[in-house]
Design a protein around this ligand. Structure first.
Ligand SMILES: *Cc1c(COP(=O)(O)O)cnc(C)c1O
Length: 458
């Protein structure tokens, strides 16, 4: 007889992973290397170490080590909020009347309110180990900046955050959380950097973008002694740290002999999804299992579903290395959206390669249907989800309803990346019936592609 599955599957502290899983090491076709934007040659560890911390530069180019040990200091910190719960969505299943089993891995159980803390604490640790004074970064919706502020205060590092101007204005309380943890927060574009001043001259009314804030943070770090730049998504090192999500989820499901048929996650830069699917994708790559993976993105920023696969700039100012990825072009200006964490123009190279080789699929969904799903979920499961996470909820509900039609009893796992307490302006727009959907025209998408590098890069 199958054991009754509890609402929450908790793991013990001892079951917290001791190693991160490096998905690239299991791929036969490796994601393409980062390129130096000037020489167009693959970035070396030494070059990367001018921008990133030494150990992180090393992790960034390591596509051979299958597992990398989680430092004890990082594991100690993880213990404050990990292992995170894996929840069986009994109430949602009942509300939908579906025969499907739905599970979600909840990453919102820490003050930063998202999975970003998993990588922030690792990156802050390596910066501290190297004897640095501080780090700079950008934040879109604010979750990454918050996570990094917490991580930096824990290790006694200075933290300078460039926050995309529209969220700086829309989410003042996010900013105050960061300041409470000792970070300084500057709206981007700002007059404190060359890139920022240039963008303000060209586009005086701009709301800012992640690409622009990245350029400002990189420029600031390179001008300060003892500082490096850190990034909360897109990079391989971030996917590596986020594998803790998938490793825990798999251990928890294995305990009850549960195998997911479909694994769903929202995709901004791809780090939570890359982390969630990591151990499952390994089994698929090795031909042992055939899971279906679905990346969910906003229709206003349809990187996988409508983007191109090729080398592109990672930031507006073109100061960062170039990455081969699905992209809308670094000059693509997404309409302002309430899922700020999903507005990046590109997708991490690892997931781009897996998507290109059909190991996973992607769907884009409209903002109003996402919030409708968030509402359904909040009302039965109790948790108020982040708008970003709600993209995954939307597709999980769609899949569960398909099962209701067909009578199939599929097992669905999705990543609930965070909570939405700082997104009440968005919820207000939805509740007032004032939320708008935005789908870019083909011309707008083409315009974005026009900002990709013109040199022929293979
Ligand atoms: C940042 C963020 C995302 C998207 O980032 P990924 O790197 O694609 O995971 C999703 N959900 C929340 C709550 C976030 O803060």
């Amino acid at each position: 007889m199958k054991t009754e599955i509890p609402y929450k599957i908790y793991l013990s502290e001892a079951e917290l992973p001791k190693e991160w899983l490096n998905l690239r090491a299991f791929m036969k076709d490796k994601p393409a290397p980062l390129l130096n934007p000037v020489t167009l040659k693959p970035m070396t560890e030494e070059e990367l170490a001018k921008v990133f911390c030494d150990e992180l530069a090393k992790q960034e180019i390591d596509d051979q080590s299958k597992y990398i040990a989680i430092p004890d200091e990082v594991r100690e910190f993880y213990k404050m909020y990990r292992p995170s719960p894996l929840i069986r969505a009994y109430c949602l299943e009942k509300a939908l009347g579906t025969p499907a089993e739905i599970y979600y891995k909840f990453e919102g159980n820490n003050t930063s309110g998202s999975h970003k803390l998993n990588s922030a604490i690792a990156q802050a640790y390596y910066a501290k180990e190297q004897g640095l004074r501080g780090v700079t970064t950008e934040t879109g919706a604010g979750q990454w900046g918050t996570a990094l502020s917490m991580a930096c205060s824990y290790f006694g590092l200075d933290c300078k955050v460039f926050m995309v101007k529209c969220s700086y204005e829309m989410k003042p309380f996010r900013r105050e959380v960061m300041r409470t943890y000792g970070a300084s927060v500057t709206p981007s574009p700002s007059i404190t950097t060359e890139v920022g001043r240039q963008i303000l001259r060209d586009y005086p009314d701009t709301n800012g973008s992640l690409g622009c804030a990245i350029s400002e943070a990189v420029e600031t770090a390179s001008g300060l002694e003892g500082y490096r730049y850190v990034l909360g998504s897109v990079l391989n090192q971030v996917l590596l740290h986020q594998s803790v999500i998938g490793l825990e989820a798999k251990t928890a499901l294995d305990k009850y002999g549960v195998k997911p048929d479909i694994i769903i996650g929202c995709a901004g830069g791809g780090s939570n999804l890359g982390g969630l699917i990591a151990p499952f994708m390994v089994e698929k790559l090795e031909g042992r299992e055939n899971y279906e993976f679905i990346a969910v993105e906003p229709s206003s920023c349809p990187t996988l579903t409508r983007g191109k696969y090729g080398y592109d700039y990672c930031d507006t100012g073109k100061v960062c290395p170039m990455a081969k990825m699905y992209t809308l072009g670094s000059g693509y200006m997404p309409a302002s959206s309430h899922a700020g964490g999903l507005r990046y123009h590109g997708m991490t190279s690892t997931l781009s390669e897996l998507y290109d080789k059909d190991y996973m699929s992607a769907r884009s969904v409209k903002q109003t249907e996402v919030f409708k799903a968030a509402e359904t979920f909040a009302r039965v499961e109790g948790i108020l989800p982040a708008p970003e996470s709600s993209h995954a909820i939307k597709v999980a509900i769609d899949e569960a309803l398909k099962c209701k039609e067909s009578g199939e009893k599929k097992v669905i796992l999705f990543g609930l990346t965070g909570t939405g307490y700082f997104d009440m302006t968005a919820y207000k727009a939805f509740n007032d019936g004032e939320m708008q959907d935005y789908v870019p025209t083909d011309e707008e998408i083409e315009k974005g592609f026009g900002t990709m590098p013109t040199v022929n890069l293979k």
